[in-house]
Design a protein around this ligand. Structure first.
Ligand code: ZN
Length: 242
């Protein structure tokens, strides 16, 4: 069984389409939140995600802000500007879809959240200290997270339960060991200085994590962002993947 694991699409339809084409046939899709924010295609991305097979989709902090569940003052001025723009763009049906997203789902051996199992919507898992603490907040073998836009695997050591950080190499297949917290990286706004869209394929029978990077037409997205008058900084950062 091939489960496509994606996160932080951030309204970037060109990146999402490149990922879906590259992943080819999948049996299920687990999407870890932040479908909107930053990018120019919020309706198109939500409409596409809604059609994906056996979908599990989680609420992200940008999704929650667009729904006014989080005060937009918690965001920097540029991100806030795009949250307001997204609110003015979204159709009722797509807003409704976001409004029904859960913050946390357990799917067989895996817990799905946007940020962390401790604070599903907001906490950034950026270091081993935080990751070590996080293992106490889920019972499943694995936890899949997004939010940082950085592809990473935190492996729990059997001896002392501490987490070690492992950054996978692009386009490799990794055999998983219990227990671990895994981040597939970001589809629509990578931040590891690699502009290519990131995703993973999880195979629950074989216990593998295929981690991939896919190039996409960044300039076409930047043109649409310019036309929508979205912030310059967000337009520029797509070129260098930060
Ligand atoms: Zn995000």
């Amino acid at each position: 069984m091939r489960v496509l694991v994606i996160s932080d699409i951030h309204a970037n339809l060109t990146a999402l389409e490149a990922v879906l084409t590259h992943a080819n046939h999948v049996d299920a899709v687990w999407c870890l939140g932040d479908l909107v924010g930053y990018g120019p295609d919020p309706n198109e991305c939500i409409s596409t995600v809604r059609t994906l097979p056996n979908l599990q989709c989680i609420l992200g902090n940008h999704d929650a802000a667009v729904l006014k569940q989080i005060d937009s003052s918690a965001f920097n001025p540029e991100a806030r500007q795009v949250i307001f723009w997204t609110q003015s763009e979204l159709t009722d049906a797509n807003l409704d879809f976001l409004a029904n997203l859960p913050e946390r789902v357990q799917q067989d051996q895996v817990t799905l959240v946007h940020g962390s199992p401790r604070q599903p919507v907001w906490e950034y898992l950026l270091d081993t200290q935080n990751a070590t603490r996080s293992f106490a907040y889920f019972d499943s073998v694995y936890c899949f997270v997004g939010h940082t836009h950085l592809p990473v695997i935190y492996q729990q050591a059997q001896e002392d339960q501490s987490a070690t950080l492992f950054i996978p190499e692009a386009n490799t297949n990794i055999l998983l060991k219990p227990r671990a917290i895994l981040n597939p990286g970001s589809v629509g706004q990578p931040r590891d200085r690699d502009p290519r869209a990131a995703y993973a394929i999880y195979n629950p029978q074989e216990q593998t994590w295929e981690y991939h990077r896919v190039p996409y037409d960044v300039s076409s997205v930047q043109n649409r962002m310019q036309a929508a008058k979205l912030p310059d900084r967000h337009i520029q950062r797509l070129s260098s993947g930060w």
